[in-house]
Design a protein around this ligand. Structure first.
Ligand code: SDX
Length: 443
């Protein structure tokens, strides 16, 4: 008899048949029921659209406790990392599993810095886009185009190739992101400078112009660095799962990251930061908050309170706490005494957190609720907000992609389904067919 402690039993009441499946315990967090043999033994699939109760992999990178509002990277609390670390250290931590020693940090930063330039031919990929393209469309296209370069590092079974591709991806994404902005405003591309930090370099590539010296504001650079930390990785979210699924077929790493950018773009995910600002501008004044809360609660109204709610957090998103603090710091530094959108956001948060609907459904502000206000204060255009999220999340996607490739048990991801369509029909020759459905012909 197997050890009862480590199994669960399942009985099919239709047949009386019973099966046992192993329970696997992690280092912390929920145990998992290992159902890899479920179909072979029962002939049935599980059914979990949206994967609300499904673990897709083993991972040691990021742990989230949604009930307690806990987020840790390799065991370190996000608040500690945001306060005491910087984005390059956190990137090293995500990739290698430990905080770097001084020599390790210096070498990592130098390696990343010296890969921040992109192939000069990459310029040409931008010119195919309309100037008014959404920068996320440009990001998907140009990052995907990276897969047509670097034929010296695309054997993903070679750890050395994976490392080079990982460093190139992390190093080049700020350059590609800043150039998406420059292209949209018709300004010349600004090259990275090797004497600047990762966040400083991004800001100078965004805002410098060739005709004058650009001085990075150290407070804004620190705020940007902290924002990058807060967005770096977040367990198996939609875009990370997209990267893992794409990578599970052995696809080109740059193409896999492009798939993650595509998934992040959606307003239910990384696109929420842009949607929050649009929502706040639409609400306009705190007197209108009740009307919009009513819309958010109306099942027949597609409107949702953007920046609120989360699949995992049923408590305050710990990143939102740090983001709110950073928001005040940035506004203070810029001498923005009363930012109407921030006042509106704080009033909206106060009212929503007291509203029974939001309390009952455990809807709290998430990482996207305050980021838009900071970005607005930093003169970052709304269309670039999700690009910044993608810039930061690239290191998380790369770390998770490496962990997947290095997992010897990893197989190609191939979910099954519950089929509800026509079971079998005889073919009908064209001249005998009559239409049963409303015409679906395009306009
Ligand atoms: C990110 O997964 C991650 O880790 C993502 C992320 C990361 O770092 O990678 O944290 C980044 O994507 C943050 C989330 C950004 N998105 C938004 O702010 C968009 C607004 N939020 C919602 O769309 C929603 O909360 C989701 C998409 C974030 C989560 O949706 P779920 O888990 O599928 O939850 P749900 O839609 O089933 O909602 C549960 C209930 C529903 O009501 P009932 O059907 O049970 O009656 O809560 C309601 C929802 O209608 N609800 C909301 C709401 N969010 C959920 N109602 C109004 N406003 C909202 N924002």
């Amino acid at each position: 008899m197997s050890d009862q402690k480590n199994t669960v039993s399942m009985t099919d009441n239709r047949t009386g048949k019973t099966w046992e499946f192993p329970v696997i315990e992690g280092s912390t967090g929920p145990d998992v029921i290992d159902i890899r043999r479920l179909y072979a033994e029962t002939g049935m699939f599980t059914y979990d659209p949206g994967f609300t109760s499904t673990g897709s992999c083993e991972s040691s990178i990021t742990y989230i406790d949604g009930e307690k509002g806990v987020l840790r990277h390799r065991g370190y609390d996000i608040a500690d990392l945001a306060e005491h670390s910087d984005f390059m250290e956190v990137s090293y931590l995500l990739l290698y599993g430990d905080l770097p020693t001084p020599p390790q940090k210096a070498k990592f930063e130098s390696d990343i810095t010296h890969h921040s330039m992109v192939h000069e031919q990459l310029h040409d990929f931008y010119t195919g886009f309309r100037r008014d393209s959404h920068p996320m469309a440009v990001m998907v296209g140009v990052i995907g185009a990276l897969s047509s370069f670097y034929h010296d590092s695309t054997d993903i079974t070679d750890p050395r190739h994976r490392l080079i591709a990982s460093y190139r991806m992390i190093a080049k994404v700020p350059t590609i992101a800043a150039w998406a902005y420059k292209y949209s405003i018709g300004q010349p591309f600004i090259y990275p400078k090797n004497n600047l930090s990762y966040a400083e370099n991004f800001l100078q590539m965004m805002y410098a112009v060739p005709c004058e010296e650009y001085m990075v504001n150290p407070v804004l650079a620190r705020a940007m660095d902290r924002i990058l930390i807060l967005h770096a990785d977040h367990e198996q979210n939609a875009s990370t799962s997209t990267v893992r699924l794409a990578g599970s077929s052995g696809a080109n790493p740059f193409a896999c990251i492009a798939s993650g950018i595509a998934s992040l773009w959606g307003p239910a995910h990384g696109g929420a930061n842009e949607a929050v600002l649009k929502m706040l501008n639409e609400i306009g004044h705190k007197d209108n908050i009740p009307e919009y809360l009513a819309k958010a609660k109306d099942k027949d109204d597609p409107f949702r309170l953007m920046g609120f709610g989360h699949r995992v957090y049923k408590n305050y998103d710990p990143r939102a706490t740090v983001m709110q603090k950073t928001c005040h710091e940035v506004l203070d530094e810029l001498g923005i005494a009363n930012e109407p959108l921030l006042d509106l956001a704080m009033e909206l948060e106060r009212i929503a957190l007291e509203d029974p609907y939001f309390v009952e459904k455990k809807l709290f502000p998430n990482v996207d609720f305050y980021s838009g206000i900071i970005f607005k204060a930093m003169n970052i255009p709304v269309s670039m907000y999700t690009v910044l999220f993608a810039l930061a999340r690239t290191v998380g996607w790369v770390a998770q992609w490496n962990e997947m490739i290095e997992d010897p048990t990893q197989k190609i991801g191939r979910p099954r389904q519950l089929f509800i369509g026509e079971v079998q029909r005889e073919f009908i020759p064209l001249h005998k067919r009559v239409s049963k459905n409303r015409e679906l012909a395009p306009e």
